[in-house]
Write a protein that binds this ligand. Structure first.
Ligand SMILES: Cc1cc2nc3c(=O)[nH]c(=O)nc-3n(C[C@H](O)[C@H](O)[C@H](O)COP(=O)(O)OP(=O)(O)OC[C@H]3O[C@@H](n4cnc5c(N)ncnc54)[C@H](O)[C@@H]3O)c2cc1C
Length: 414
């Protein structure tokens, strides 16, 4: 049996920040990671480029975190985007600010972020044991005394759980932490996939597979009521819809699907033009090209891949000449350009979800310290807490900030 000030469970970004901070404050810390390698998920973030964090203010961060961003005010005030950037810079990572306030390593390699964090914790003599799966928390009279991993017991005065969520389970985050927490009396808000692609009815999305649209607006309708919208980029896939704006809207959609509501996404392909301006544009193009076949004019308005799909949806003869297009047909074209409708039948599974919504109830965690309100000496950090955010580097910042605060509090409360 070994004896540690702190044991951290999980060597993702939250766990590494927690362990590093404990060691900075002089603590003797052990990190238990069940995979053979640390930070497996971190390596695939941002399509392998890692969107490290965002340059938004604390207030903006808070509004972009669900369901209770205010829970993070203290964590953000103690360790925020400038702090992680400073730390990474110190360990040799150059960072570039991109569109949307997103920070990436200049090398475009997520591996550089992991390496820098590992270099930091190694310098501080943090001990990491990979291949150790924590299977039980040891609690006596509401006080944590250690953990059990691979059948062995390890004693510690404090334990920080940073086991991640349930998405992309092949990276190691398969929901273990929820079960460990339940065993010691914590409640877990229903976990569901978030930032996840959506499946659609009918074959339209499938026919458009691979097509990427920029500057479009997607509106979510639930039981025929408008519930949310987003503007930007999306992509069609072999099962339905994906891409940044769809992933962002998915948080709302998943909940509505679980509530068995009718969900539709209506895509406005011409959001910059109101009905009148779009009509003027169609009229002008039709008049100027009166003798041309309509199939040769549609590409003025749409990506080529969409043209045959539009003719089918409109039941319009592509061989018609432009001067033969009636005002009713023009109205139908205009309507479809602004209302391409998809019935959402399902969401993809945790295997394809960037983040997990739900998790350990924030009401049972102190926002000042990240300590459990139920078990003395137990702390939480990262994605396993019932907090999730939109894309843009917000989710990783939640992991660093809560990890750092948990590590800091462990030592300050000692
Ligand atoms: C494809 C993809 C792309 C993403 N891109 C971005 C991005 O660019 N920017 C961004 O901000 N966010 C991104 N995210 C989200 C981000 O990766 C997570 O929010 C973040 O990794 C959460 O950190 P964490 O430390 O809480 O959990 P994790 O990174 O999941 O780490 C948890 C660790 O705990 C270990 N573990 C679990 N159970 C046990 C156990 N019982 N015993 C021991 N160890 C255990 C796991 O093996 C894992 O290593 C992305 C996610 C995915 C899936």
């Amino acid at each position: 049996m070994s004896d540690f000030d702190v044991i951290v469970v999980g060597a993702g970004p939250a766990g590494l920040l927690a362990a590093g901070r404990v060691a900075e404050l002089g603590g003797n810390v052990l990190v238990m990671e069940k995979m053979r390698q640390e930070g497996r998920k971190l390596l695939i973030t941002g399509k392998g480029r890692c969107n490290i964090t965002n340059d938004s203010s604390v207030a903006d961060f808070i509004t972009n975190v669900y369901p209770n961003g205010r829970f993070l005010r203290n964590a953000f005030s103690q360790f925020f985007s400038k702090d992680i950037i400073e730390l990474l810079n110190k360990y040799g990572v150059d960072i570039t600010l991109e569109r949307g306030g997103r920070y990436f390593p200049t090398s475009n390699k997520a591996a550089d972020i992991l390496q820098a964090l590992l270099k930091w914790v190694n310098e501080l003599n943090v001990e990491i044991r990979c291949g150790y799966r924590v299977e039980r928390l040891i609690v006596e009279n509401n006080v944590i005394t250690g953990i059990q991993a691979n059948g062995q017991e390890f004693i510690a005065r404090r334990v920080i759980l940073a086991t991640g969520g349930k998405s992309y389970p092949a990276t190691g985050s398969n929901g273990d932490g929820y079960e460990l927490s339940r065993q010691v009396g914590h409640s877990v808000e229903k976990v569901r996939p978030a930032l996840v692609p959506l499946e659609t009815r009918g074959g339209v999305a499938q026919r458009l597979q691979g097509l990427n649209l920029k500057n479009v607006r997607a509106v979510v309708w639930v039981n025929d009521k408008k519930k949310g919208e987003n503007f930007g980029e999306m992509i069609f896939t072999h099962f339905g819809l994906s891409g940044p704006i769809i992933l962002t809207l998915s948080r709302l959609v998943v909940d509505e699907l679980h509530n068995k509501n009718k969900v539709e996404i209506i895509v406005d392909l011409k959001p910059a033009l109101d009905e009148q301006k779009l009509d003027n544009r169609l009229l002008r193009d039709l008049n100027e090209n009166g003798k041309k076949r309509i199939r040769n004019v549609f590409p003025y308005w749409l990506p080529a891949k969409m043209v045959p799909v539009f003719f089918d949806l409109l039941e319009l003869d592509p061989e018609k000449e432009c001067h033969q297009i009636s005002s009713k047909e023009r109205k139908q074209i205009r309507y479809l350009l602004k209302n391409l409708r998809f019935r959402i039948t399902n969401h993809r599974s945790f295997k394809e979800a960037i983040i997990t919504a739900g998790g350990i109830f924030t009401k049972e965690i102190s926002p000042k310290t990240m300590e459990s309100k139920l078990v003395n000496g137990l702390y939480f950090a990262g994605e396993m807490i019932d907090l999730d955010a939109k894309t843009g580097g917000y989710n990783l910042q939640i992991a660093y900030s809560t990890g750092w605060l948990a590590g800091n509090s462990c030592m300050k409360n000692a």
